[in-house]
Ligand binder design. Structure first.
Ligand code: GRF
Length: 218
């Protein structure tokens, strides 16, 4: 572990295998997972956070308070970087602007293919198989107000096999791409942050009049 590390918050909705990859990654030396925020109490990722001794919060999105509560938690935990790892919410423009930290996401295709609103979970892989592509993969990108439209940080290609089902393709993309790509990207950005481009915490001030309107990705 480096002497200065970036505090990372991971937003999750599901099983949390990408969270696990971040928790286990030997390459992640300039960042540490300081907080996990789940939008569902049933998220398997919460068990992984607990096992790793990481602070975890459940903030349901249907309560209308998700973004305000999440911003507060980011400040309390001095978060420098937000990683969306299997998080199904769409963050509002106000949240992205107000948070003051970089936000990155992992998407299980080679953007700009099979991405945007409605492309999540198995739907991404169903679309790839229906299109007959021979190569798919994963993309880590910055989060902007365009769904899956922020600047691309890194991508890794994975072969699509004749015998693939959406489930086998999903699994192979996780194993061969996502679980290394995301920790590598988190390390790269953490290293840059501790080198001086630190999160402007002043910008994390809660804006009482902000439009915090996280949407559901389904
Ligand atoms: C992953 O394929 C991720 O890219 C996508 O949802 C899946 C969830 O994975 N956004 P997990 O919850 O990290 O296991």
């Amino acid at each position: 572990m480096a002497s200065r590390v970036a505090n990372i918050a991971v937003f999750v909705s599901g099983n949390g295998t990408n969270l696990q990859a971040l928790l286990d990654a030997p390459c992640l030396v300039h960042g540490k997972i300081a907080l996990v925020i789940a939008d569902k109490p049933s998220a398997g990722a919460l068990v992984r956070a607990k096992k790793a001794g990481v602070s975890a919060l459940v903030i349901p999105r249907n309560g209308g308070n998700f973004e305000k509560a999440a911003l507060k938690a980011l400040r309390t935990h001095n978060i420098d970087l937000v990683v969306l790892a299997g998080f199904l919410g769409i963050l509002s423009k106000s949240f992205i602007a107000t948070c003051g930290c970089p936000i990155i996401n992992i998407h299980p295709s080679l953007i700009p293919a099979f991405c945007g609103k409605g492309f999540y979970g198995l739907r991404v892989h169903e679309a790839a198989l229906a299109a007959g592509v021979k190569v798919s993969g994963a993309t880590v990108h910055y989060v902007s107000d365009v769904v899956d439209g922020g600047a691309i940080i890194s991508q890794r290609a994975v072969a699509v096999l004749e015998t693939d089902t959406p489930q086998t393709l999903q699994r192979r993309i996780m194993e061969e791409a996502e679980w290394t790509l995301l920790p590598e990207a988190a390390e790269k950005i953490s290293r840059e942050l501790v080198a001086g481009q630190a999160c402007d915490r002043q910008a994390c001030e809660l804006q009482e009049d902000g439009q915090f309107d996280a949407q559901e990705e389904s």
